[in-house]
Design a binder for this molecule. Structure first.
Ligand code: URP
Ligand code: ZN
Ligand code: ZN
Length: 468
């Protein structure tokens, strides 16, 4: 099956030019002016032709705080596709004392037969034993080439500095990448206990007990450990605060392979959202929490100057009310105790909309930089480039036709994520995907889903390309 995308402006991380794209089967076969072929045609005149979005931080069905994130691989990847994202990398979670292979297989089971777009897996390592350090090599060989460690959530996910140091050294030996949740979990735990003892129970206290200094400290410590391990690569996930960004900049300026992602919630929402009436602040309970508004400008500058290289979502939705599409009690688990509110918020569908509008339309980043931080660099750092993340001959035909003039109002009434609220409810954005193609197949066109559950494939990822 051949498809010819005509008349559009191709936008990659480096270029921006008018040309046609011929897709043959699953791949991009030819790029050029006035291409002729016996093919189905898609008219992209007046539109951008961009590589499909790549979201390297999602949690479909994540078990957390006594419940599970409400999107599964079917509903979550379908929503991703509606928003112009054609690849995700989700997180498998190692059971305490269990082999990594078991977690990998459990997550593959969740995804297979459900995912509508291609997906990779990271591995959350909770117990860094010698056996697990050996198993990491098998994971890398089998395409799970990145490992998330937590410096937060003592007793659940948190690992100590010695474990972090060992894992960093090991990852560098085997071509893996450590992804770090950098918040000082010990200090946060003390602050949470003190707040609860003083009867501070509302959602806002989630943010007040996780100060930006706790993120800055952990980020700096993580990079120092990476430096002591021999200057090995380290990728900070969901960076929210200027305090942490300052540490990334410091280590990058010292020439170390220091990388970090931020997420739309930290670019568009702020600590003020926790003041919404009643229990509504729970919509924004995520870790790290939302920060004071001034951090947003720093993060945008970080993106423009390449101190931040990636925008992911940390998509981890929990419903506000029990019963939505059969979901159990989720955010409500924390009524009367903010520390019991499941951490996370939805975002896989809205990332491309928000960052085009807030980034490109608002002149904070260029069009090519937008493509770079939402697709190309995620593909490079997570070992998927050039199969994914660009418009080039031989690459997978994961292509989005983006209409820069169309407008869209974000709302839970129309979104496709399985969650009963949207953190950006009512926000009007400029720019939207009109055609979304995954490996040569049109899966969304004119707001209609044309894909198939289970068509998404597991991506065996390689080592990071680190020049970014
Ligand atoms: O609040 C969050 N971020 N929930 C998902 C788990 C994580 O730490 O990424
Ligand atoms: Zn995290
Ligand atoms: Zn996460």
């Amino acid at each position: 099956m051949k498809t010819l995308i005509t008349g559009g402006t191709i936008v990659t991380a480096s270029d921006n030019y008018k040309a046609d794209v011929l897709v043959d089967g699953e791949k991009i076969a030819m790029i050029g002016k006035d291409l002729k072929a016996a093919a189905k045609r898609i008219n992209a005149t007046g539109k951008y032709v961009i590589p499909g979005g790549i979201d390297v931080h999602t949690h479909m069905e994540l078990p957390f705080g006594g419940t599970f994130a409400s999107d599964d691989f079917e509903t979550g990847t379908r929503a991703a596709a509606f928003g112009g994202t054609t690849t995700i990398v989700d997180f498998a979670v190692q059971g305490m004392g269990e082999p990594l292979e078991k977690a990998r297989d459990a997550w593959l089971k969740k995804a297979r037969g459900k995912a509508v777009i291609d997906y990779g897996l990271h591995m959350i390592v909770r117990d860094v034993s010698d056996k697990v350090l050996r198993e990491m090599e098998t994971m890398v060989k089998e395409g799970v080439s990145s490992f998330k460690l937590f410096m937060a959530y003592p007793g659940v996910f948190m690992v100590d500095d010695a474990s972090i140091f060992k894992a960093l050294t090991r990852a560098a030996e085997i071509g893996g990448l450590i992804c770090m949740h950098a918040e000082n979990g010990g200090v946060i735990d003390v602050l949470v206990r003190r707040a609860l003892a003083s009867k501070h129970t509302t959602p806002k206290w989630h943010a007040l007990t996780r100060p930006p200094e706790a993120e800055g400290e952990a980020t700096g410590r993580a990079f120092r450990l990476a430096e002591m391990a021999g200057g090995v690569p380290l990728y900070i996930v969901h960076l929210s605060a200027a305090n942490a960004l300052e540490q990334v900049r410091l280590f990058r300026d010292r020439g170390l392979p220091a990388y970090a992602e931020t997420c739309p919630q930290y670019l568009f929402l702020s600590v003020d959202n926790y003041d919404e009436p009643g229990f509504d602040g729970a919509k924004y309970v995520m870790s790290p929490p939302l920060r004071e508004k001034w951090h947003q400008d720093e993060l945008w500058k970080g993106l423009a100057r390449n101190d931040l290289q990636v925008i992911s979502t940390d998509h981890c939705p929990f419903c506000m009310k029990e019963g939505f599409q059969g979901q159990p009690k989720q955010k409500e688990l924390g009524i009367g105790d903010f520390s019991k509110i499941p951490n996370g918020a939805p975002g896989v569908e809205t990332r491309m909309y928000l960052t085009y509008d807030g980034g490109v339309v608002q002149n904070r980043i260029t069009l090519s930089r937008w493509v770079e931080v939402t697709s190309t660099t995620p593909a490079k750092l997570m070992g998927m480039f050039p199969k994914k993340g660009t418009i080039a001959v031989g690459s997978d035909a994961d292509i989005v036709v983006w209409d820069p003039r169309a407008t869209h109002t974000i709302s839970a009434k129309t979104h496709h994520m399985r969650v009963d609220y949207n953190p950006y409810e009512g926000r009007k954005v400029k720019g939207k995907p009109t055609v979304v193609m995954s490996r040569g197949e049109v899966i969304v066109e004119k707001d209609t889903f044309l894909g198939r559950k289970g068509r998404g494939r597991f991506i065996k990822r390689g080592s990071a390309i680190l020049q970014t």
